[in-house]
Design a protein around this ligand. Structure first.
Ligand SMILES: *[C@@H]1O[C@H](CO)[C@@H](O)[C@H](O)[C@H]1NC(C)=O
Ligand SMILES: *[C@@H]1O[C@H](CO)[C@@H](O)[C@H](O)[C@H]1NC(C)=O
Length: 299
């Protein structure tokens, strides 16, 4: 009998190890994205001739030269969901360039969720800047260095957005969470559908070392590559005020309403090791700490 129990314990331990390896126990990681070709959900926004298509539109490349950058946007608008794409950033001398992946609603009181990748001179680190706008107000910048070179390989960048939180993920590691603290009077995007956007443009007036490093046009064209486009959202008309399937989709479920311990650990690791700027601790710019920052787990 003792032996049986011993055996049972081993089976249990083995099963847990396998589940852990599969990421099942950690639970709250977003569902695995389902990649679809670019054209299923996206259309170019401007400078159509600066987008190139490969593998039947599964992969694309945006290019920036001294005449223009380019960008694309989702055909549909969404109220909540999980959105991701894999990007390989402009390699080599990318100083002055910005590659962005963001979501935004329309109008002057718009909401927005931003990833902006600020290029750099060859061999110098990119910065990933994130921001959240609610009701037309942003000023919530955070900046991190990445723990890898984003120009060497594709990495996935994703947003999980539900009524409870917005989570920014880099390869399924949460780098930022913005919780719904509406009960504290802090705005949260919840009733304005957003479209998904991406673009590559010249921002050498601010992007690299605060604008000191200018784009070296002799290195043009600057090319960013994309693949594994994934959208799993509640698609709604631009003017919808709520999601028709509210509460019924996987990203609404309890385990996606907060980060789990494993994710909080990773987020703390990013904050500790990779954060170079956080509006929450910029007393010069914001003498009064924004309310959402006081909830220190949240900012
Ligand atoms: C570029 O590299 C410099 C170091 O040379 C660094 O200070 C800066 O944060 C890096 N990134 C950007 C986008 O400026
Ligand atoms: C721009 O690139 C050219 C060609 O590689 C190089 O000779 C020049 O020094 C670069 N300029 C700067 C400011 O890096």
């Amino acid at each position: 009998m003792g032996e049986k129990r011993y055996q049972g314990a081993w089976i249990y331990a083995y099963t847990m190890a396998v589940l852990l390896l599969m990421g099942v126990v950690t639970g709250a990681a977003p569902k695995k994205p389902i990649a679809v070709p670019f054209g299923k959900n996206y259309v170019p926004t401007w400078a159509f001739d600066h987008i190139k298509y490969f593998n039947g539109g599964s992969n694309i490349q945006l290019s920036l030269d001294k005449y223009t950058g380019t960008g694309f946007q989702s055909k549909g608008s969404y109220l909540f969901g999980h959105f991701s794409m894999q990007i390989k950033m402009v390699p080599g001398d990318s100083a002055g360039t910005v590659t962005a992946f963001y979501m935004a609603s329309e109008g002057s009181e718009h909401d927005e969720i931003d990833f902006e990748f600020l290029g750099n001179r060859t061999g110098k680190p990119y910065i990933l800047q994130t921001n959240v706008f609610t009701g037309g107000k942003g000023d919530r910048e955070q900046r991190i260095y990445l723990w890898f070179d984003p120009t060497k390989a594709f990495h996935s960048y994703s947003v999980l957005w539900n009524l409870y939180q917005i989570v920014f993920f880099v390869d399924d590691i949460p780098i930022r969470v913005f919780k719904n603290n509406k009960h504290l009077g802090i705005g949260f995007p919840f009733n304005q559908p957003m479209k998904v956007y991406s673009s590559l443009w010249n921002a050498d007036d601010w992007a690299t070392r605060g604008g000191l490093e200018k784009t070296n046009w002799s290195k043009a064209p600057f090319v960013a590559a994309y693949k594994n486009f994934h959208i799993d959202g509640c698609q709604s008309s631009v003017n919808a005020k709520y999601c028709a399937t509210q509460g019924k989709r996987w990203w609404d479920q309890k385990k996606y309403r907060d980060l789990d311990d494993y994710q909080w650990r990773h987020l703390r690791w990013v904050r500790k090791k990779y954060t170079i700027y956080n509006y929450c601790s910029d007393r010069k710019r914001l003498p009064i700490m924004p309310r959402e920052c006081k909830r220190d787990r949240d900012a």
